[in-house]
Design a protein around this ligand. Structure first.
Ligand SMILES: Nc1ncnc2c1ncn2[C@@H]1O[C@H](COP(=O)(O)OP(=O)(O)OP(=O)(O)O)[C@@H](O)[C@H]1O
Length: 609
């Protein structure tokens, strides 16, 4: 294979779906929704802001006026009198005072808006996380974890500048601009209008550029989002990458997306910088007009030198906010794009919704009935095709069948991670769609094959089953499933810190922890997805014993892989392509000589091969 070929393959190694480009620059409804997050702080924010903004703006606008007075009354008095040093000192003192007030007002405003801005960001992130936690499995099925992560981190961060100083600066710049325009026009209408004649010109020239800047930043955001999604996936899949020694190939792909990102960034920032010269040229033209036309007016004694100097000062101040507004425009666009992505998540409704009139599921006995369940994850591909099963409280049911036959799906419906397309799941005769999700899941426990261990101590990981459990109860639960000894052999016993996904624990140990967790939760109905990984015989025995303790007195459904578990079940339900094909005890099914018999014989053949 040629080198070139390899590079091309690497570029196409992973595919990430780009977000759609946003055509409209502004969506006012969305902007107002974004600003509604500032509402709770309105009362706190407004009075302080108004005072600080007025102080900042008035002092800034007053300084050139004092310069005019200093020239026209102290340095070269209009009435032809002698220059006055004492007056000059007075004006200088006044200017110094104004500068100090301006500095104090601005410093206070910036600190204050930073604090409020951070609170708004906090609220937004909190809102987003609260909502994401409510979303159903279907939502997560469709998206890589990385893309969800990026919205809670990067997209919310992108709003930071806007909320901390952006909005206030925008307001101040607008007020300052309007103030300068009014002052210039009132002071000398002709000169004012002449100086500002270049403004519409600048807007026309920059229109095309603004559009290009907008698309360029959008492109940068997409490229960054791709990097984030890939990074997340790479870190999560690091073991597989290293096991298959794919580091070099992955690096080549990363290099590709990384350099594409840099190119996009360079392009956008070059376009952004082109905005500066446009403003500089227009401001230079404005200044030329000012001095050319202003000196005419001085000659005809229509204005004084002081007025010309004051005008020059105001005109200088006039272009600063325009320049900042240009930059602010890019910031606003980024904020718009990010808020659209954030609101898309916030507007996503959980597909498994709680009825408004949902009642609490009373303490249950544990009778479970699946009534003619039909279910499909994707339209046209049914995963369950009419499942009916009646289970009495306290029974243990083993679900067996080929991979993809629908075992986990039945369990997903019992926990209400999804709702069936047709049919119903009843617990003690109550349709689980009519009760609150919390009251259901607090009585239906699930132990997954891939035990999830969170960062924290072993104790806290077990306590996950019931947050108000005492330390004694935790030890009791761990002892009951025979996890106590191994926990005590860890460096800090129950206080040993385990990292995300429990990397320091073995598979068997993780399973025992998850049993302890479930035992602590003490649900009436227990679902257990048995691990397929083979473990040593001693641990296997331990797990079987622990299982007995865990299952005692509960209605249990086990997606079973071990013959020992299957044999101990009250009933074995055999699934095939979303249909129950057989059910009965081990002996009955073996005698029957059907699918189950085939599965068991295949397992024996495999074990003795
Ligand atoms: N989140 C999902 N989105 C779309 N299809 C899915 C999803 N989960 C499962 N399926 C499909 O539904 C069918 C049943 O899957 P299910 O996970 O219930 O099988 P299973 O019997 O538990 O398999 P295994 O023993 O391999 O865990 C399969 O065809 C599978 O491809």
């Amino acid at each position: 294979m040629s080198n070139q070929q390899t590079t091309r393959d690497n570029r196409e190694r992973f595919t990430y779906k780009d977000d759609d480009a946003i055509e409209k620059p502004f969506n006012w409804a969305q902007l107002s929704r974004l600003f509604s997050y500032m509402k709770p702080y309105k009362k706190q924010l407004l009075p302080v802001l108004i005072v600080m903004m007025v102080l900042g703006t008035v002092t800034r606008l007053a300084i050139p006026a004092i310069i005019i007075l200093a020239i026209d009354e102290a340095i070269q008095p209009k009435d032809g009198g002698a220059p006055s040093l004492s007056k000059l000192y007075m004006y200088a003192g006044l200017m110094l005072a104004l500068y100090i007030i301006q500095w104090a007002a601005n410093t206070f405003r910036i600190r204050f808006t930073n604090i409020i801005g951070q609170r708004v960001i906090y609220d937004l992130r909190q809102d987003l996380f609260r909502h994401i936690q409510r979303l159903s499995f279907r939502f997560f099925d469709k998206r890589p974890a990385g893309s969800v992560l990026v919205r809670v981190t990067n997209d919310v961060n992108a709003l930071q500048d806007l909320f901390t100083n952006g909005v206030v600066n925008l307001l101040m710049d607008c007020v300052q601009l309007v103030g300068i325009v009014i002052i210039l026009l009132v002071w000398n209408f002709k000169l004012g209008a002449a100086v500002m004649i270049t403004v519409p010109l600048m807007f026309i020239v920059s229109t095309a550029l603004r559009r290009r800047i907008r698309f360029a930043w959008q492109d940068v955001r997409m490229k960054q989002s791709r990097i984030n999604a890939h990074l997340n996936e790479s870190i999560q899949g690091m073991r597989v990458t290293q096991a298959y020694t794919q580091e070099k190939a992955n690096l080549a792909f990363f290099n590709h997306i990384n350099s594409v990102n840099i190119k996009a960034w360079n392009k956008a920032s070059a376009l952004n910088q082109a905005f500066g010269p446009i403003i500089e040229v227009t401001s230079a033209i404005g200044t030329l007009i000012l001095f050319w036309y202003g000196s005419h007016l001085i000659q005809s004694e229509a204005i004084t030198v002081g007025v010309l100097v004051g005008f020059a000062n105001y005109v200088g101040n006039f272009w600063d906010p325009i320049n900042r507004l240009g930059q602010m425009y890019a910031q606003l666009l980024i904020a718009m794009a990010s808020s659209e992505r954030i609101f898309e998540f916030i507007d996503e409704q959980p597909t498994v919704a709680e009825l408004p009139e949902a009642r609490q599921l009373p303490a249950i006995r544990g009778d479970v009935k699946f009534d003619r369940l039909l279910f499909e994850y994707e339209k046209g591909r049914p995963a369950l095709k009419g499942i009916t099963l009646d289970v009495k409280a306290g029974q243990t049911i083993a679900l067996v069948g080929h991979t993809g036959s629908g075992k986990s799906t039945i369990m997903n419906l019992l926990c209400r991670f999804y709702d069936p397309n047709e049919g119903a799941v009843l617990i003690d005769g109550i349709d689980i769609r009519n009760v609150s999700i919390e009251s259901l899941r607090s009585q239906v426990g699930i132990v997954l094959q891939d035990t999830f261990i969170f960062s924290g101590t072993i104790r806290e990981n077990i306590r996950f089953g019931r947050l108000d459990a005492t330390n004694d109860e935790i030890v009791k639960a761990a002892t009951a499933v025979d996890a106590h000894d191994f926990i005590m052999s860890l460096p800090d016993g129950y206080d040993t810190e385990v990292q995300e996904r429990g990397n320091i624990l073995s598979m068997g140990q993780r399973q025992l922890l998850s049993f302890a967790r479930a035992l602590l939760a003490d649900p009436r109905v227990l679902i257990l997805d048995e691990a397929t990984a083979s473990i040593d015989t001693e641990t296997e025995l331990k797990i079987q014993e622990a299982l007995k303790t865990l299952l005692a007195g509960r209605t249990s459904f086990i997606v079973a892989h071990r013959l020992s578990t299957i044999r101990n079940a009250d009933r074995i339900v055999v699934l095939d392509h979303g249909v129950i094909v057989e059910q009965g005890t081990h002996d009955e099914l073996m005698r029957h000589g059907g699918t189950y018999n085939g599965l068991i014989e295949a397992q024996y053949r495999f074990l003795s091969a």
